[in-house]
Design a protein around this ligand. Structure first.
Ligand code: GAR
Length: 211
């Protein structure tokens, strides 16, 4: 029997991806893991309310209280260690973590990105900006990617991707919503469940899902 994994979710905003994870845990889509803590970089994040409404313990580690990414990441690392995190999920977490965290939790941190990596990703591509850039370019398909987090922004091994159609007249907000509904809220819980059941193999720095 695989031990139930402690899932710690890091958030900064509205938390719709967190909600998708909470719902997936309740409905049994996530197997082998349990959300044990939600950590927010933003004291005002609505995601905190979503956690509290579901009796999930929360911690607030405000990004603005730390002078730089290294000192902030050290505080996050301490919190993850004290939570005995087996899996860390970045669900709309808007801060890039220093390598003191990514190395300590190598292949144990996953992120959802609202585009098909390697398009529209990397530093400066987050939230609505991603969709603005996709529309500016004129792509006809975008989507979402769930990947492991390493030292480079949005460059870790890809676990799952799902394409979503871009429609005539889309605004960044419309495209964001469609990508969330059709892709992010599905593949993020799916990837979490695969991880918790030890169904992801890493070979030569790439991730492969076992059936
Ligand atoms: C989501 O679209 C997520 O993919 C994106 O921010 C949004 C957060 O929404 N994350 C990034 O851009 C990270 N690079 P949520 O708070 O409602 O889950």
């Amino acid at each position: 029997m695989i031990k139930t994994k402690n899932i710690v979710v890091l958030v900064s905003g509205g938390g719709t991806n967190l909600q998708a994870l909470i719902d997936a845990e309740k409905s049994g889509i996530i197997q082998g893991g349990k959300i044990t803590c939600v950590i927010s970089s933003n004291p005002e994040a609505y995601a905190l309310e979503r956690a509290e409404n579901n009796n999930i313990p929360t911690k607030v580690i405000p990004r603005k209280n730390y002078p730089d990414s290294v000192s902030y990441s050290k505080a996050i690392l301490e919190a993850l260690d004290s939570e005995k995190a087996d899996l860390i999920v970045l669900a709309g977490f808007m801060t890039i973590l220093d390598e003191c965290v990514t190395k300590a939790y190598s292949y144990k941190i996953i992120n959802v990105h609202p585009a098909l990596i390697p398009s529209f990703c990397g530093e400066g591509y987050y939230g609505l900006k991603v969709h603005e850039k996709a529309l500016e370019y004129g792509v006809k398909v975008s989507g979402a990617t769930v990947h492991f987090v390493n030292e480079k922004a949005d460059a870790g091994a890809i676990i799952l991707q799902k394409p979503v159609e871009v429609k005539y007249g889309d605004t960044p907000e419309m495209l964001q919503r469609r990508i969330m509904e059709q892709a992010e809220w599905k593949i993020l819980p799916e990837a979490v469940s695969l991880f918790c059941q030890d169904k992801i193999d890493i070979i030569d720095g790439k991730a492969y899902v076992r059936n």
